[in-house]
Design a protein around this ligand. Sequence first.
Ligand SMILES: [Zn+2]
Length: 279
Amino acid sequence: MAAGFKSGHFPALLGSVYNFYKRPGKADLSLEPDFKKLDFMSEAGKYFADAFRHLGGNRGVPAIELRFYPYAGLRHTIRSRSGRIYVRLSDICKDAPPDVIRALAWILVSRLLGKKVPTIHERVYRDYSLTPGVMRASDLARRGRGRKHFSTAQGEVYDLDKMFAKLNRRFFNSEIAKPAITWSQRRTRSILGHHDHIYDSITISKTLDSEDVPEWFAEYILYHEMLHIKHPARLINGRRYYHTSAFRQDERRFPYYQQAQKWLEQLARQRRVPRARAA
Ligand SMILES: [Zn+2]
């Protein structure tokens, strides 16, 4: 249950969480005023540092940058880049009690380090996320901030979130900030991928979520869209250039680049259009 915990640490932690549970109203009220007086982020930062100290072995505590982010729903992200840790917490959590922020710190750090999330923290966070006020706020955020169409990255065959993480690691040193990634709702055939810099989103044609499509081809299309994030459009004499020479150069670094071009031509022939493309 509490596997992975340092035994010396566990009783103290259990004690404080236990109190929080026994008298949620009271614990909440008694903790909140003190907590509010302190800078929320520096306090939250201490929980993250603490989680790294306990879960990271002797790797030490990295520099941590924390900020709130207006995600569409209750979601949080953590990533590591050049030795620094970047955490984005859903701004719904601005008023969360300290125990919840601590639980969140442990959950995110566990996830980053590939460790099992301590059950106790999982429970604290889950209970918080299921309180009516939080569920309502999450619902409103999802509706109000939702992307043009709310869809999903998990397809029937390919998971775009996983694919993104893999490509990001392999070709971008994990430096591409994660956009919203979804499969298209309609089975668009001539445009296979699209990056929208206003919405910070990538949409991949649902036609590629198929056993008939090799993984490297779906990856190539996503890779192309990721390059649009790495190489923003350049404005030259009032014209916007999306596929600059630096972009094209990077694009050819993809190991299946030649095969992908052939596949694109083949798709175009099947449909008698000049060329299928990733926009
Ligand atoms: Zn493009």
